[in-house]
Write a protein that binds this ligand. Structure first.
Ligand SMILES: *Cc1c(COP(=O)(O)O)cnc(C)c1O
Length: 483
């Protein structure tokens, strides 16, 4: 990557912000409800409260809570409010982290340290979790030298607890369930997973990153929600993101533990450094005060009444979208989601091409695999877009069905690839994959029409090649976009 000098003289403020506004011209339009992940929007007033609180504590640092009793108050109250929502008692403790990934890293690290103390005979600790659990667990296993044992899910996409029981070995230290899982939005049978963990003397983590600030309110609204939180005696830790349905600023999550004794394994301290005694509860060193202040402000601003009102509107939007999608011939919601997270699948249509047609119409849907499906996370920003969305979805399905030259070419390409992958030697395929990564926009990002890429990825026999291709893309993202 070519290096770049600092501007020799500082850029004037007005110029600067003009440049920044220009830079975001092609960003996704989340305020208009055109995106179904990445951003959770609860309206301008909530946004303003978060922004103001964030700005006010923008310089403060929670690394040393004795310097900022304010942040200590905010963080401990945020953690206590979340624990209260999730059926915790006075023994439940926790910390704020930078996001779901850090919360899951902490749950895995804590389990590993717990096992080192309590199961010293185990060399490589194993964690059993359903196929649908979030990849941050893979990241944690990768970072901390642990082994994940993923088990298939049932037909309704919920964890198969019998399969989990069969996967337990002498090296197993923890079972995991999601509330709900990200891909299909269904809550795993946590009561059974927790009971199984308890009967085998294992830890049990519930990943409620996406659902933890939604499920308690959805349950209060009368939707049937299976019990999943600290009310289940076997549950030992829970992760909850505040920057999702908590509507806090980005970089806010909570990791909770059943009691102090377990959380102790998460904490870090060194007493030998020439810079003094250094201790910290989570992965981060410096911890931004703005994030903590914004989470506290939004939770207090909304209160129970505010979260209930928002959850009601979001769930009604979900019900309308589900009914609308299921009414379009060829499409169906894959599961019976417990919250406003779900996947659109199809029997006869190529959903990746439907997604491309939606992109052309300004809607960004994430592509999923096993089975091919389109992911939707609905939030308050989607309340007013149901009709527009369903109309464009119908039009996209119609376009997918229409025989066009592009469609013909695509079918030919897919056919060719299937033949090639069947007859070419492995080594050639690797070369081809590398070539494809350049052809598919290796340096600068994903093209607007990505169905061919997902089609190719789906047919590649060697997942290792695919991983290299993806890592090439990740490398490319550290370079600026082309236009
Ligand atoms: C979002 C999510 C995570 C990871 O959270 P980040 O904030 O993106 O790091 C983990 N688990 C589930 C179920 C999620 O939806």
């Amino acid at each position: 990557m070519p290096t770049r000098p600092l501007p020799p003289r500082g850029v004037p403020e007005s110029d600067l912000f003009r440049q920044m506004e220009a830079a975001r011209a092609h960003d996704v339009r989340w305020r208009e409800g055109r995106v179904f992940s990445l951003v959770f929007y609860a309206g301008e007033d909530v946004h303003r409260v978060a922004e103001k609180a964030y700005a006010r504590f923008f310089s403060e640092n929670a690394l040393n809570p004795t310097a900022f009793p304010s942040l200590r108050k905010f963080e401990s109250e945020v953690v206590a409010m979340v624990a209260g929502l999730l059926g915790g008692d006075a023994h439940v403790v926790g910390n704020m982290t930078s996001g779901g990934t850090e919360s899951l890293l902490m749950s895995m690290f804590t389990a590993r340290e717990w096992a080192r103390a309590n199961r010293p005979q185990i060399q490589t600790p194993e964690v059993v979790l359903p196929a649908t659990a979030h990849p941050a667990f893979d990241k944690a296993a990768h970072y901390f030298g642990m082994k994940l044992v993923r088990t298939p899910v049932r037909e309704d996409f919920r964890a198969d607890v019998e399969a989990m029981a069969r996967a337990i070995t002498r090296n197993t230290i923890m079972l995991v369930g999601s509330a709900p899982s990200y891909p299909q939005g269904v809550v795993d049978p946590i009561a059974d997973i927790a009971a199984l963990a308890q009967s085998r003397g294992l830890l049990c983590h519930v990943d409620a990153c996406v659902g933890g600030m939604m499920l308690p309110f959805v349950e209060r609204l009368g939707y049937p929600i299976p019990a999943w939180d600290f009310r289940m005696p076997g549950v030992t830790s829970i992760s909850v993101d505040l920057h999702k349905y908590g509507y806090a600023a980005k970089g806010a999550s909570v990791i909770l533990y059943r009691n102090k004794a377990l959380r102790r394994y998460q904490l870090f301290a060194t007493t030998d450094w020439s810079g003094g005694i250094y201790a910290s509860p989570t992965m981060a060193g410096t911890r931004p005060g703005g994030v903590i202040a914004a989470a506290w402000a939004v939770m207090n601003y909304l209160g129970e009444e505010g979260y209930l009102r928002i959850a009601k509107a979001v769930m009604e939007t979900r019900d309308a979208i589900m009914a609308g999608v299921n009414a379009i011939p060829g499409l169906k919601i894959l599961s019976e989601p417990d919250i406003s997270v779900m996947a659109i699948g199809s029997d006869g249509l190529d959903v990746y091409r439907v997604a491309d047609e939606m992109s052309v119409r300004g809607w960004q849907l994430d592509r999923q695999q096993f089975p091919p499906s389109l992911h939707m996370t609905l939030h308050y920003g989607h309340v007013g877009v149901v009709n527009d969305f369903l109309q464009d979805l119908q039009a996209s399905v119609a376009a997918e069905r229409r025989p066009t030259p592009r469609r013909l070419l695509y079918a030919l390409l897919m056919g060719l690839i299937r033949i090639l992958t069947a007859v070419l030697p492995e080594r050639w395929l690797s070369r081809l994959t590398q070539g494809a990564s350049r052809f598919l926009g290796g340096g600068s990002g994903l093209p607007q029409r990505s169905a061919p890429m997902y089609g190719i990825m789906g047919t590649l026999p060697n997942r290792g090649d695919l991983k290299e291709l993806v890592l090439n893309l990740v490398e490319g993202f550290t370079e600026p976009p082309e236009d």
